[in-house]
Every structure is written in C-alpha cells, then in structure tokens.
Design a protein around this ligand. Structure first.
Ligand SMILES: [Zn+2]
Length: 324
C-alpha cells in the first residue's frame, strides 16, 4: 500500500488480497482451482482458525478505506453492478450456508493515508507502530453499517488488527448483568477468562459485538435459543443454549458469532490440512448455490497451513480464497 501511495497509484482490494495470500506462504499452502470461477460471490476468502480443541471459520470480504476530508467510508452497502441485492446480504447468506462468521477485512492503508489520526493504543505522534499494525483490521460484518462506521474512532473500536486477532484478550468481555445471568457457566467462563488459540480469535470477534450491544439501549432478551439443527451439527458446537438477545436487524448476535465455533473443522478443511488435497473433490463439497443470485460459486484458491507448529505460533491454519 505504501509503495502504491508513493507512486501515486490507488491500490485495489484484489491486488492487496493476492499479496496477503502470497505473503502467507510458507505457513499457508495455496491450491488454485482450475475450474473457471463465477464472478459472483459476497466474499474474498474463507479462513479457518484451528487448534487442538476447536475450529472457527470466517467468510471474509475485503473493503478498502476511503478518506474524504476527515470522514472515513467503506461502502459496506455496495450493490454489485446489475444486481438488485446488497453485497452484504450475499455475504451473510453465504456465510450461513458454510457455517462460518461473515467478516470484513478492512484495508486501511498507511498511517499517512489515515493522517495519523490517534489509534486507541499507545499512540505515537510519528510512525506509530500501533497504527501500522492496523493496516489490515478485521470487523464482524454484523457491525459494519455505513452510518455507524464513519470515522477513525468507530472503525478502530469495532475492529481488531489482523496481527492481533489471535492474541489472548487482555480483559474479560463487556457483559451486562442481565445477559450474564442468562448465560451458561461455561460461556461466562469463556467470556471472562483469557483463552488462547482458536478461542482467542473468537473472543476478538465476540468482544467487539458485545461492546456494541452494551452501547445500545434496548432491554436484554434472556431466554435461550438452542442452536438450529444444521449440517454442521455433527462437528459439535462448543456453545449451545445461547441467550436469544438481538441487535439491530433482529440478529441473534450470540448465535451468529458463537455457532461457527465447533470442536472440529468440516471434512474439506481436514482434507486440506492432510496435504495434497483433491481439488475436484473439495469443490464438490462446497455448497452449490452459495453466493445467491442463482449462480454457482467456486473457490478459486484454497490454502491451508499444514504444520501443527503453526498452531503454536498462533498463525492462521487454514485459508481458502474464492473469487474476489
Ligand atoms: Zn497510533
């Protein structure tokens, strides 16, 4: 991004995404699919975070930051040319089909591009390392609403630096008492402790959603809702019987964020981790109509880290990339 800016070139999401994938090597193996990809998808990547006790998948849509005077914009409500549907709806639908969390990878550009607006870390006036770590930040798509994310403060508050995603949280999640009382003891423990590995990744996401919920004024719905029966159930949800409290749009946000956390990943991910995956068989396992609009949707790239050592280094273990 810095090189492009220095050359006065506007960088695009696709180029940055390809560079991120390329730089993930050798921790991540990329397997390009030969079949022609339909240019129809809500997302750029599928990521799987896996350790010895749990797996968590994300469907990731890249969004570049545009700074106009001091206003920040991402155009989350983007409508694909010729489509009547919002990219956001397609992303949510595809993520639900895959049993993963919809997420935005925010490409924030250099600190210069952002005008070195203070970050929430220990901000330094020149070349702040915390600001630089924020170059790629992840935000649960649930919070990505254009009217709510329109400046530096809101962007930083609802997102986490990709490099910090799997760091154990420094504090417990923000829990309103009514919500805490409706939760199972193991869920409360998870939200108060400092988990590592896959569970730390989940905390990075759920903590931001809970903070957003705590900032809303509507009362907390405390009845619990057993996870819906899906094809992913045989993988075993780590948390069930979640409080049915909702956020904007009526989304049961705890189900939304925590259901993708399972004890083991789906077969197609295991196949990639075993090495030398059969691309055609992998493709056959993908949901056919993911992406909506009646079109098929294929993954163009498929990547995964194979070494167990990668877990301990807190590196991403699985990475899949459908067409950008
Ligand atoms: Zn800073």
């Amino acid at each position: 991004m810095a090189a492009a800016e220095a050359a006065k070139l506007a960088w695009g999401e696709t180029a940055i995404t390809e560079m991120v994938i390329a730089h993930s090597s050798p921790a991540v193996t990329v397997v390009p699919f030969t079949q022609k990809a339909e240019p129809l998808s809500g997302a750029d990547w599928v990521w799987w975070w896996i350790d010895g006790s749990a797996a968590y998948g994300m469907l990731v849509q890249a969004k570049r930051l545009t700074v106009t005077r001091k206003r920040w914009g991402f155009n989350f409500d983007y409508r694909t040319k010729g489509s009547i549907r919002l990219q956001r709806e397609i992303l949510f639908e595809a993520a639900a089909t895959l049993g993963v969390l919809p997420v935005h990878a925010l490409y924030l550009g250099t600190g210069d591009y952002r005008g070195w607006v203070p970050c929430p870390g220990k901000h330094r006036k020149s070349r702040c390392p915390e600001c630089m770590r924020r170059t790629i930040s992840l935000m649960p798509a649930l919070l990505a609403v254009d009217s709510m994310v329109d400046d530096a403060a809101s962007t930083y508050e609802w997102s986490v630096a990709l490099e910090d995603l799997w760091k154990p949280p420094s504090t417990g999640a923000l829990l309103v008492p009514a919500l805490e009382r409706a939760m199972s003891p193991d869920l409360v423990d998870f939200l108060k402790e400092r988990p590592d590995g896959t569970r730390a990744v989940v905390r990075s996401m759920v903590d931001r959603v809970l903070r957003a919920r705590a900032g809303q004024f509507s009362g907390v719905a405390t009845r619990t809702q057993r996870s819906a029966v899906t094809s992913h159930d045989d993988l075993g949800h780590v948390f069930q019987d979640l409080p049915a409290d909702t956020m904007h749009g009526g989304v049961r946000y705890l189900n939304h964020v925590l259901e993708p956390l399972t004890y083991s990943p789906p077969d197609y991910v295991l196949e990639v981790m075993a090495g030398d995956p059969d691309v055609e068989s992998l493709q056959a396992q993908m949901p056919k109509a993911v992406g909506g609009g009646g079109g098929s949707w294929w993954f163009r790239h498929l990547a995964a880290a194979t070494a167990t050592a990668a877990f301990h280094d807190r590196h991403p273990v699985g990475l899949l990339a459908p067409p950008g």
